[in-house]
Ligand binder design. Structure first.
Ligand code: MG
Length: 338
């Protein structure tokens, strides 16, 4: 098995601003895993909150030695080997995981969803994300997203109410709200959630910092809306620790180390009667296509990372106005654009 990779800079349509930062360009790593004349494609979109960058991804990939394995079919053994290299590097590992699954399903001549046994189950509708911006730009974005039936609104700075009021003047469609750990005071968070329920919001993602678990438990007991964990949950092992603080979890391939662990997270969350969302970072069609294949197993999808960019180097499964379509192509289906 031969690995090679290169950096690619995804360019965003708008500055993407959330409670902890903003960006206009998102550097990613595209990985190729070659074996037996088949190429599996993987992707890392490193998350700075978890101390990753394109440099740390590249450094990690340099120390990975897959020559000790005979083929990508040894996925479980390869995962145990990668576990032995230590924790962290989740986006770097995601690139390897996606490339392995792409390779294996290509070798078996199957679309990824069929390889995973998901078959033809329907996909959920994806939300479209509106980042924090001036009210004028937010208004423009909401108009542009007219055909998307569900919007996910980023809040968590100092003008949450203003943002929601601006959007509610334009549309009464389903809104989901993501505070990205932006609310620090549990009493303030509780008041905001009450107000948001009156604005017909469906649920709240990560209202408070992951480090304030006791406050989150308190908040969940009193909250009139379901709370979904994002920054508080990385892997299946972290779900039991947060189950009293949230009603559901947001799985992202870049946090989970890829599909292998994402499936474990789905099973763990189901066993605990929690709701499941499948989200993403700013990503190309490699990672988004992979997630779309998995999406029939979850309750909510937020897979718009490749819709927010202008220079996707790949084409694969589509998010068309929120409708996720698994294309009839082997592997995860993402191939380089010509
Ligand atoms: Mg989130």
């Amino acid at each position: 098995m031969k690995l090679s990779w290169k950096q690619f800079n995804l360019e965003l349509k708008y500055i993407f601003k959330i409670a902890r930062g903003a960006s206009l360009v998102e550097p990613i790593i595209i990985l190729e895993l070659e074996h037996d004349g088949i190429i599996g494609y993987g992707e890392s979109s490193p998350i700075s909150r978890y101390h990753e960058s394109v440099e740390t991804v590249s450094d990690f990939l340099k120390i990975v030695d897959l020559s000790r394995f005979e083929s990508p079919f040894q996925l479980e053994e390869i995962n145990r080997y990668l576990d032995s290299l230590g924790s962290g590097n989740t986006a770097a590992r995601c690139a390897i995981d996606l490339a392995l699954y792409d390779w294996v399903s290509k070798k078996l001549n199957l679309p990824l969803s069929k390889y995973l046994g998901i078959g033809n189950l329907p996909t959920p509708v994806s939300s479209f994300t509106i980042g924090i911006d001036t009210l004028e730009i937010i208004e423009k974005k909401v108009h542009e997203a007219e055909k998307y039936p569900i919007l996910k609104i980023k809040v968590g700075l100092d003008n949450d109410e203003e943002i929601i009021r601006t959007i509610r003047k334009i549309t009464d469609k389903v809104l989901r709200v993501d505070a990205n750990e932006g609310w620090r005071d549990k009493f303030v968070a509780l008041e905001k959630i009450k107000w948001l329920k009156d604005q017909n919001v469906e649920f709240i993602e990560q209202p408070m910092p992951a480090s304030q678990l006791d406050d989150l438990k308190w908040l969940r007991e009193k909250s009139v809306l379901p709370l979904i964990a994002d920054e508080s949950v990385m892997s299946s092992k972290s779900i039991p620790q947060i189950k009293d603080a949230f009603d559901g979890i947001n799985i992202k391939l870049m946090k989970s180390t890829g599909l292998h662990e994402a499936i474990k997270m789905i099973n763990t969350a189901r066993a605990m009667n929690m709701k499941i969302m499948l989200g993403c970072m700013i990503e190309s069609s490699v990672a988004i296509s992979s997630a779309i294949h998995l999406s029939p197993l979850v309750d909510y999808a937020d897979l718009d990372g490749n819709v927010l960019i202008t220079n996707d180097p790949f084409e694969g499964c589509e998010n068309k106005n929120g409708k996720l379509k698994i294309i009839d192509r082997i592997g995860h289906g993402a191939i380089p654009k010509k």
